[in-house]
Structures are given as structure tokens and as C-alpha cells.
Design a protein around this ligand. Structure first.
Ligand SMILES: *Cc1c(COP(=O)(O)O)cnc(C)c1O
Length: 222
């Protein structure tokens, strides 16, 4: 066993405090590596590709929570609907409707986060605050009885400017707090998914409840 994985997990966990949970981002890593993280106490794994997540789900212990953190295509929702614990990357009503449909088929309620666009970059997916509110107010949203919106996810700009990163996380936190008053049976703002290897300590300070950390645990991806 590579002891560095265990040490890195301990190291990351020691920076999280009591309100923030670790999601180990295991994309591109083989199941043997996930097994080492599992044996070191990790039970939440984040993946960004449907096929990869499904293969790993089948190969690994069933008490693992699988988090979909990457952009999700509607035609692939059906493969993860039976087991996914939380979908972080909901960025359209169309996707949410498909998640609802597949959740119903599997006789379950699937927890989702709305991905909010906070970075000053063109490459990141997500909704603006206005679009998120429109989605929640849409008449079609009322028909989705097999999903639960449990919070928000966001990615800060990939920059060395710590103050910019902090400001972006802070704006997401403020939006999250404002939506706590949203009175709807299928909206409950409990989870704020923000922070990755390069910026999770700032995210924790700004109120993150879920950090998504990959390379700081497993090393650089190829
Ligand atoms: C890859 C990925 C992460 C983890 O990135 P690291 O920098 O390796 O920690 C977090 N969130 C999302 C959405 C990702 O795609």
C-alpha cells in the first residue's frame, strides 16, 4: 500500500474542520487506488465520467457514496440513476427533468446541487444566479417529485489570486444563504460544494460543506 495516499487524506482532513466533508476525486485513477483510499477511511468518491463511475461502482464496496461532479449528458443519466448519491453538476431544467424521470424508474429520490457559474472564465459550466432562480420558479419544476435540490456547487477561477478566489466563494455562499429562505418542499439548502486541491482551505473558510479534492490526495493526473 502506498502510504502517501493515507497521509494525504489525513493531511486534507486535518484542514477541514467539523462542518466540511471530503469528497475524494478519483477520476482517471484505477480501482486499486480507490481501494486504498477506502481502506484509509474515504467513503465519498467524486467522478466526472458516467462510464468510469459505473465501472468503479460495480467493482468496489457498496457503502461508498458516488458523487457525479462533472458535466452530465441527459442520455447518460440512466446509468448512474440506480446508485448515485449526489449530482453536483445540474445546470439545466432539461437535465433535472431527466434525472427526475430516471429516479422515478428506480423508485428513488435523487439529491442534486445546482451548479452556479462563479468564475471569470469561459470554460466552466453552470447557471447564473438569475437562471437558477428561474429554474426554481419554473412551473415545470413543480412536476419533479423525485429530485431534491440540496444545495449549490461552484468552481472558482483557476488563478493564483487568492482574493479573487475568496470573493468568488463568498458570492456563492451569499447566494446559498439567500436561497435558504426558499420555501419549497424539494429545495433545502444544506450542502455547499466548493473547493478543490488548489483552493479548498479558502473554500472551508468561506463556508464550504463539501470539498472535492483529487490531486492533493492522489498526485497529478496524467
Ligand atoms: C477534477 C475535479 C476536481 C478535483 O480537482 P483537483 O484539482 O485534482 O483537486 C474538483 N471538482 C471538479 C468538478 C473536477 O472536475
Amino acid at each position: 500500500m502506498d502510504t502517501f495516499i493515507k497521509e494525504n487524506i489525513l493531511q486534507v482532513n486535518s484542514q477541514l474542520g467539523t462542518k466540511t466533508k471530503l469528497i475524494a476525486v478519483t477520476k482517471t485513477k484505477p480501482v486499486e487506488v480507490l481501494m486504498q483510499a477506502y481502506q484509509a477511511g474515504c467513503t465519498r468518491f467524486g467522478e466526472n465520467k458516467v462510464q468510469e463511475m459505473t465501472d468503479k461502482y460495480e467493482a468496489l464496496p457498496k457503502d461508498i457514496d458516488w458523487h457525479m461532479i462533472g458535466h452530465l449528458q441527459t442520455n447518460k443519466v440512466k446509468y448512474i440513476a440506480p446508485f448515485v448519491a449526489l449530482i453536483h453538476s445540474v445546470d439545466s431544467l432539461k437535465l433535472l427533468s431527466e434525472i427526475n424521470k430516471q429516479a422515478l424508474k428506480n423508485n428513488r429520490v435523487i439529491s442534486c446541487l445546482l451548479q452556479i457559474y462563479i468564475a471569470k472564465e469561459d470554460t466552466k459550466f453552470g447557471l447564473s444566479e438569475e437562471e437558477a432562480i428561474q429554474l426554481l420558479q419554473s412551473p415545470d419544476f413543480e412536476n419533479l417529485k423525485n429530485i431534491q435540490i440540496v444545495g449549490l456547487m461552484g468552481m472558482a477561477t483557476d488563478t493564483d489570486n487568492q482574493e479573487q478566489i475568496r470573493a468568488e466563494f463568498r458570492s456563492l455562499r451569499a447566494f446559498f444563504e439567500s436561497l435558504r429562505e426558499w420555501s419549497h418542499p424539494r429545495v433545502s439548502m444544506a450542502e455547499l460544494s466548493m473547493g478543490m486541491s488548489g483552493d479548498f482551505p479558502i473554500a472551508v473558510e468561506e463556508g464550504s460543506t463539501l470539498v472535492r479534492v483529487g490531486s492533493a490526495i492522489f498526485g497529478k493526473r496524467n
